[in-house]
Design a binder for this molecule. Structure first.
Ligand SMILES: O=C(O)/C=C/C(=O)CC(=O)C(=O)O
Ligand SMILES: [Mg+2]
Length: 218
């Protein structure tokens, strides 16, 4: 059997675990309280989309938002990983978008329902190429940005995260066993806004990576 290559982790069918409201300025812009514990939700592997394919607006949404996020790719699985050992479990990173049907999420929130339809639809997780760990020596201090049609909408630093990457790995692995190829989306900084069909999104991690996606109707 051919060995699988972590640099194509999105083909492995592993878990996508997302952290919400992990930046105070984003929690505030949506009028949410600052969390005292990580807020988690999941996307299925069918949410992945790669450059060259489009982000599809779900037929049931009229308010699709971009959220640029740093993704952490797990290289070594584990359960109840101590915070002190957490970074040993990281293989690398990816720039990710947590595409969110905000109108649907608002309805879910008002009814106390899960966010699945708002967050987990096909193409809701655009990802960049795999970034080996060595290329981001300090993932707790990198700038993430996103432009829509060349206009800057998001520009934030991972130093603003409420819960650090080691803390998140430790917290999550207490009750979800992490496996090689899993991806953790670490939350978005402020500046989320709506995208329209035929918009061109461009995003980057300072001088490390950039990626582009077009938006189309489902
Ligand atoms: O509570 C809300 O209104 C929205 C929360 C999110 O969408 C959370 C995230 O996905 C995030 O902060 O990245
Ligand atoms: Mg998000």
């Amino acid at each position: 059997m051919t060995a699988r290559n972590i640099s194509r982790f999105w083909e492995w069918g592993r878990k996508i675990i997302c952290v919400g409201r992990n930046y105070a300025d984003h929690a505030k812009e949506l009028k949410n309280a600052i969390p005292t514990e990580p807020i988690l939700f999941l996307k299925p592997p069918s949410a992945y989309v790669r450059e060259g394919s489009s982000i599809l607006v779900p037929s049931y949404s009229n308010n699709l938002h971009h959220e640029v996020e740093l993704g952490v790719v797990i290289g070594k699985g584990g359960t109840a990983i101590p915070e002190s050992a957490a970074m040993e479990h990281v293989a690398g990173y990816a720039l990710c978008l947590d595409m969110t049907a905000r109108d649907v999420q608002d309805v879910c929130k008002s009814k106390g329902l899960p966010w699945t339809r708002a967050k987990a639809f096909n193409t809701s997780c655009p990802v960049s190429e795999f970034i080996p760990k060595e290329r981001i020596p300090d993932p707790g201090n990198v700038t993430l940005w996103l432009k829509v049609n060349d206009q800057l909408r998001q520009n934030g630093c991972t130093s603003q995260m409420i819960f650090s990457i080691p803390y998140l790995i430790s917290y999550i692995s207490e009750f979800i066993t992490l496996e090689e190829g899993d991806l953790i989306l670490t939350g978005t900084p402020k500046g989320v806004s709506a995208v329209q069909v035929h918009d061109q999104l461009q995003a980057g991690i300072q001088d490390v990576v950039t990626m582009s996606f077009r938006v189309d109707r489902q």
